[in-house]
Write a protein that binds this ligand. Sequence first.
Ligand code: SF4
Length: 390
Amino acid sequence: MFCRREAQAFSPVFFDGGLCKPAYGIIPPIMNTQIPHLYNLSLTEIEQLLAGWGQPAFRARQVYRQVYTKLASTPATMTDLPLPLREQLAAETRIATLELVRLQTADQGQTRKALFRIPGGEVVESVLMVYPDRATVCVSTQAGCAMGCVFCATGRLGLLRNLSAGEIVEQVMWAARELETLRAEAEAGQSAAPAVQHLTNVVFMGMGEPFANYDRWWQAVERLHDPQGLNMGARSLTVSTVGQVSGIRRLAREALPINLAISLHAPDDALRSEMMPINQRYPIADLLAATQDYIDATHRRVSFEYVLLQGKNDSPEQAAALGALLKGMLCHVNLIPWNPVPGAPLGRSERARVLRFQQVLQGARHCLHRARGARRGNCGSLRPAGGCAA
Ligand code: SF4
């Protein structure tokens, strides 16, 4: 999975020159998954939980507001709640379940990549990118991934486990708090001030295939969209899929029209199957038919992601084939530079080949993935042994 996004092209960050900070705010791994994770619960479920404690419904709304509006990470800071309730929340629920193992920054602090250990011991990554007009976080939906794309470090791990909705939401809340940290650092003269006040975009392009964890992922989407919570609009949410046709068709039926990005990476089945095993199950014709049905149903423009690999999929002929393939479709194409994965027998396309490919690509609206210096790349470069890449 590539962290990337249409004209606001976006990708996870290759921290080849970033400042590596020691982790802060480390919490011990929480292994007791029976304790309710507040990010896993809807407002109604929190009301039910607190009703069981003899609390009125308005207390649940206070808790919900504290968690999503005040960005509270611990009951201790919920000072509008009575102390006994804060103590009960601290004893019988969890807000933070992700252990921050490492935080790296780049771009004068405007890009921040977190490595989290999740309950059970696996690790996932999230990246916050702050731009002049927006702040976007890329989050993971699975630890590892079963899709096995050859250019992706995460694919080598296999699927370790699905993330819960709460674990997905928690990554977003980390980013929202990190934005506050950035603002505080700017006030202290330690970094540039972020131009945006709030998190504006969430892209599900981190580790894992979201549609392979559909129910939990969609629960997270609904939580992020909840007007009483973070209140993120559908247009602020983007899911990226390796091309799982069943998921695309299911997404087309959802009431909430979030953005859809599809990893294509090759203009023909032979090459795509070689690069992405999913193509054997869902060949390009099926994928494009489902995509067109999605467009017809939603009237939404989709994004196609195309990572450029030297001598593999970056010839002018392949550009022409790609253009012909997508001709007439309501879409655009993001061309993405590949961040090398150690040991992968692949290479990043040279600049001249990228420009030639871009020039030849006709029939599909396209944009060149906008990299932030040399540090942007695909999610497969997110961490030494993993990252998301389709
Ligand atoms: S590119 Fe995405 S879908 Fe493919 S193996 Fe990597 S994480 Fe999975």
